[in-house]
Design a protein around this ligand. Structure first.
Ligand SMILES: [Zn+2]
Length: 366
């Protein structure tokens, strides 16, 4: 949620074609539910060929019905029993699908499943398989008229890679080296699919993230952390509102140990956004821990290399060490989003410059 990450337009448009088809299916089942599906005729009438045919192979006739096919019929059956409610669900889903267009609108929030909790499971059983297919063999270009060939999760993760510079867009940490065990190029749902299955393949809902963010910290948390999902205006988003330009990251010396710092993350303009970021990803404690691990290896770990670069004749006095730290800060600022851990390193360097200058000098003089 910190750095800007944007799916290339051509891929986003292709994914949107599949997403819009999924929406059309949900909308049809909710507003005009079929009583039975014994062959592909109704589907072809509704969605044309080849999409009607594509759908039929995933539903199949009653005696050979797939799990997805049963889920489709279950949603239709529920809509037949409660048509007014079903229309409300369809309206909520259509509203949520445009979340990216209304991101900055104060008070804008997601309607489904919040207003229709008793429909969550029935809708999820139809909506979530689209992500499973996406993560598996993907969607072929022909039925969906895709311009870039088959689209799947691996294609998306690969497309994010060059703009990521190996840095997680959520937490400023490392994505891990390609092809290694720690590659950690996980596909994260900004709105977790368990709670918002209708958005599971929305092109503005999928991002590459480090394993820590995707599998350990974010999990099924809402982007708003533990707070209520009472407004998208209260959170950052990797494409629609990257947090890096808004948050202020600072380090303060621990009152009990002068060799330890505490990292603080705030947003002076909209404090709640930083609070929800921290609540979702636990960034303050993760960053504090990693900064202190670095400090344990020597206060001057960040500046030692610069000091060496100055050559043998250089004398570390307050003014020159301060300048050297400022050079490091300026360099790190240029690397924001391109080099891992920059935000917390800048905070620690600023703390060194302001509060630890004499300790740095003492270390450099040894
Ligand atoms: Zn991360």
């Amino acid at each position: 949620m910190l750095h800007e990450r944007r799916l290339p337009d051509d891929l986003a448009q292709d994914l949107d074609r599949v997403f819009r088809f999924k929406l059309r299916l949900l909308d049809w089942l909710l507003r005009s539910p079929p009583k039975a599906l014994d062959d592909n005729a109704l589907l072809v009438l509704q969605f044309g060929q080849p999409l009607g045919g594509w759908l039929w192979t995933r539903i199949r006739r009653p005696e050979k019905r797939t799990a997805f096919g049963k889920a489709v019929m279950a949603l239709a059956a529920k809509a037949l029993v409660s048509p007014a409610e079903a229309t409300g669900v369809a309206d909520a889903i259509a509203h949520d699908a445009e979340f990216d267009c209304n991101w900055d609108l104060a008070g804008n929030e997601l309607f489904f499943p919040r207003l229709h909790l008793n429909w969550l499971e029935t809708v999820r059983n139809v909506a979530e398989p689209f992500y499973d297919w996406f993560a598996g063999s993907g969607f072929l270009s022909a039925p969906f008229a895709l311009t870039g060939g088959t689209i799947d999760r691996a294609t998306l993760m690969k497309a994010f890679r060059p703009q990521s510079y190996g840095v997680c867009g959520y937490c400023d940490g490392t994505l891990g080296e390609l092809g290694t065990k720690s590659e950690a190029n996980d596909c994260d749902h900004f709105f977790p699919k368990a709670q918002w299955p209708h958005l599971a393949i929305h092109p503005r809902n999928l991002f590459s993230a480090c394993q820590g963010c995707n599998s350990r910290w974010k999990l099924a948390n809402t982007p708003m952390g533990s707070a209520d999902a009472s407004g998208l205006n209260g959170t950052y988003h990797p494409m629609l509102r990257p947090g890096a330009s808004s948050v202020v990251v600072s380090a303060t010396i621990s009152p009990t140990n002068s060799r330890q710092v505490k990292i603080n993350i705030t947003d002076p303009i909209v404090p709640r956004r930083a609070e929800t970021l921290v609540a979702t990803l636990e960034l303050d404690s993760r960053w504090t821990n990693s900064s202190n691990e670095s400090l344990d290896r020597g206060v001057s770990v960040f500046v030692a290399k610069s000091a060496r670069d100055k050559g043998n004749g250089w004398q570390p006095d307050a003014d020159s060490v301060r300048l050297m730290i400022e050079d490091d800060i300026a360099w790190k600022q240029e690397q924001l989003g391109k080099e891992e851990r920059c935000m917390r390193l800048i905070a620690v360097l600023e703390c060194m410059r302001n509060d630890l200058l004499h300790e740095v000098i003492a270390e450099l003089t040894i």
